[in-house]
Design a protein around this ligand. Structure first.
Ligand code: HEC
Ligand code: HEC
Length: 405
């Protein structure tokens, strides 16, 4: 991790001059003074977007026919056993690829909140408990889960053979003759296409990213209009709030799991095991990077799974979510228990240390923020949103697949 690297040309002068500017009346282009340490921390949240590297475990990653196939499958209700649910029923493009519900509703009620699907190419684990180690494995779960689409390889293979356009696209992505593939191979192929499509859901430069670039470029650069309340919120995020200890780097997440005292009882004496359950799944599933369906011949990508061990502390730990586009995906947390960003900030401000694991996150203490600090932090979180870079992938009408080109 090199996020403390200092790469500042004229940090001191810039802070000094910016300090003078901010003494005057607050205009839209004003910049608060940020010291060298703050500037280094701000730098660590970029650049954005990171380079796209194909997923070595998915031979269809970056493949245009697969992206198109994945897009069509994503919006296709026939993926569900009774034709009533598509991925987009829960992951709606208009609401940040979530459903806006506290917890998801499929064929029956699910215990968890539906996460958004942007910028997932750079995630390390998938699902709130990290029960999947790749985007394609995570895409199999809703297809087969009884509470969601309740389907299986057989019906998916049938769908891909009766729909001419889907069949044509599938054949283009596959080196093996369709009829010779097992139901499971077709299921995995469809999931890999779904993953290839989801990899294209990348958000663009946010107001924060633009401010970061202008700040690091120094005073010769025209300052962007980044509101002062968001700047104060940013200072809290990387300072007193210590939010960046877990929500760090360009994605605003360490990619791992934590316990921030969100209750994990789900009624009837049941608990959501969180990361513990995720690890149990990774150790037993056929669909992991250690299994036969990974296309990574070097097996390098499987290293992260091989050395996992179940620990008591993993009970009730949940994935540290990326905060990019967080303003679009209310309600919040694995169980959707916090309705707004203001509620999230209040949670951290008044955190109940009794609720945290004894061997858990010692860094969390009630922040006791003032009203102004709380609203500044919310203002900052709202500057982490931007539209998708390639919206056409979601809205475009589909050309009919031609087997020859
Ligand atoms: C019934 C609603 C529902 C449907 C249908 C659904 N999902 Fe989800 N999705 C969820 C929920 C809830 C989670 C969180 C699951 C968990 O934590 O185990 C989730 C998690 C995910 C994640 C992990 C995101 C992350 O940040 O880790 C991906 C990827 C995903 N879904 C893709 C899909 C795809 C692809 C489909 C269609 C094949 C689909 N989903 C269908 C509700 C749904
Ligand atoms: C100890 C690590 C840690 C620290 C420090 C931390 N977070 Fe989190 N954050 C998490 C985890 C873990 C979750 C998910 C918890 C869950 O769902 O049970 C989360 C969830 C969130 C969410 C909800 C996102 C969503 O999509 O549901 C927001 C917003 C958030 N944190 C903002 C902050 C802010 C602001 C701070 C600083 C005041 C902060 N976090 C400090 C670990 C941390």
């Amino acid at each position: 991790m090199n996020w403390t690297r200092l790469n500042l040309v004229d940090g001191f002068m810039w802070s000094f001059m910016a300090g003078i500017v901010s003494c005057g009346t607050a205009n839209a282009g004003d910049v608060l003074p940020f010291d060298d340490q703050e500037r280094a921390l701000i730098e660590s949240h970029g650049p954005w977007p990171p380079a796209f590297v194909k997923d070595p475990s998915n031979r269809l990653s970056g493949n245009q026919s697969a992206i198109e196939l994945g897009r069509l499958l994503f919006f296709n209700r026939r993926l569900a056993v009774d034709g009533t649910l598509s991925c987009a029923t829960c992951h709606r493009p208009a609401t940040g690829f979530t459903d806006g519900l506290k917890t998801a509703v499929g064929r029956s009620n699910l215990p968890r909140n539906t996460p958004g699907l942007v910028n997932l190419r750079w995630a390390r684990w998938y699902g709130w408990g990290g029960g999947a180690d790749s985007l394609w494995a995570q895409s199999i779960r809703p297809i087969v889960a009884p509470q969601e689409m309740a389907s299986s390889g057989g019906p998916i293979k049938r769908l891909l053979s009766v729909d001419k356009n889907l069949a044509c696209l599938y054949n283009k992505t596959s080196a093996v003759n369709f009829d010779e593939q097992t139901d499971e191979q077709v299921l995995v192929g469809a999931a890999k296409a779904l993953a290839a499509f989801q990899e294209t859901l990348v958000t663009g430069a946010t107001p924060f990213d633009k401010f970061r670039i202008a700040l690091l470029a120094g005073p010769s650069n025209p300052t962007t209009k980044y509101p002062l309340n968001a700047q104060r919120g940013l200072k809290l995020f990387i300072g007193k709030g210590q939010c960046n200890l877990c929500h760090f780097g360009p994605l605003f997440t360490n990619g791992e799991f934590g316990d921030i005292g969100i209750p994990f009882f789900i009624g009837n004496g049941k608990v959501d095991k969180g990361r513990y359950g995720g690890l149990q799944n990774l150790k037993t599933t056929r669909f992991s990077l250690t299994g036969i369906h990974s296309d990574d011949a070097t097996k390098q990508s499987a290293l992260k799974v091989r050395h996992l061990a179940l620990q008591d502390r993993n009970w009730g730990e949940f994935k540290v979510p990326s905060l990019r586009n967080v303003a679009e995906t209310a309600p919040y947390m694995h169980n959707g228990s916090l309705a707004s960003l203001a509620d999230v900030v209040r949670h951290y401000s008044e955190i109940d240390e009794e609720r945290l694991h004894v061997d858990g996150e010692k860094i969390l203490k009630p922040l006791r923020l003032t009203e102004r600090e709380s609203s500044d932090l919310v203002a900052f979180l709202k500057t982490l949103s931007a539209p998708l870079l390639q919206t056409t992938h979601v809205t475009r009408r589909s050309p009919v697949c031609s087997p020859v080109n």
